[in-house]
Design a protein around this ligand. Structure first.
Ligand code: ZN
Length: 252
């Protein structure tokens, strides 16, 4: 169990809706206040055993939850150190930066395994509507919830973000061999291309497509994957790419 999950258990939290971040912050000596902020979503100032977390007052409720959880990650791991927090949207990060540590703490606090995994297993099929239902229960964004499912290997596949300038990030489930790397740019064959550039509306469900639309690797065309794309903002689309073919997972 991670420190964030241990903290939730210590507080006797047994349901997702009991994860009240301001109360949890108070328990660890941090007060939360909401203020107009310019250029960042949140920051934390600590001295001794006390801290003040300031969160941008006009962000969405889910965004505020993520920001508080992220700052609590800094409070757990980086207190006493000088760092300029760049809390951003939740996305996969490389390496072992302080921001990644704080993001991982936030994911554990907002979607602890002992509450998240049983509900994820009960989803049945993986698609944005069921992921959205899970996000509703945990008060997390569609993107953060999808990344969590992938990170915890709840289905073999990817969550991939694109802007008109190309791929922004991707998350790959541990059961997918690392040589499967999504293309940098959207392939015109992908359904995502039509959503990103063609003004097409979001897919209502994952659809079958040849794997070479997503992976620029010899032999990719032998496989089929399923893809579903939705638009998260004016610029950005997020795609689920689900691997059903066992041979693609065994392919070395
Ligand atoms: Zn940070």
């Amino acid at each position: 169990m991670t420190p964030a999950e241990a903290l939730l258990q210590e507080l006797g939290i047994t349901e997702p809706e009991e994860i009240e971040l301001e109360a949890i912050a108070y328990h660890v000596g941090a007060r939360v206040r909401f203020r107009p902020l310019c250029g960042c979503e949140a920051h934390i100032l600590g001295c001794g055993g006390q801290a003040v977390i300031t969160v941008k007052h006009d962000s969405s409720a889910r965004r505020k939850r993520f920001s508080i959880a992220h700052e609590l990650g800094h409070w757990r791991y980086h207190r006493g150190k000088t760092l300029v927090c760049r809390v951003d949207e939740y996305r996969p990060r490389d390496g072992t930066s302080a921001e990644k540590v704080a993001d991982a703490y936030a994911a554990d606090l907002l979607m602890p395994r002992y509450l998240f995994l049983p509900r994820a297993a009960a989803l049945g099929r993986i698609a944005f509507d069921s992921i959205g239902g899970l996000g509703q229960a945990f008060q997390t964004s569609m993107t953060a919830t999808a990344i969590r499912l992938v990170d915890l290997d709840q289905f073999p596949g990817f969550v991939i973000s694109h802007t008109p300038r190309g791929r922004k990030w991707f998350a790959r489930s541990p059961s997918v061999p690392r040589h499967w790397v999504p293309r940098d740019d959207l392939d015109a064959k992908s359904f995502a291309f039509g959503v990103q550039f063609g003004g097409r509306s979001d897919d209502s469900a994952p659809r079958k497509i040849s794997a070479d639309a997503w992976f620029d690797r010899q032999g990719a065309a032998r496989f089929m994957v399923r893809e579903q794309t939705f638009r998260v903002s004016r610029d950005e689309t997020v795609s689920l790419v689900i691997i059903d073919d066992k041979a693609m997972l065994d392919d070395r």
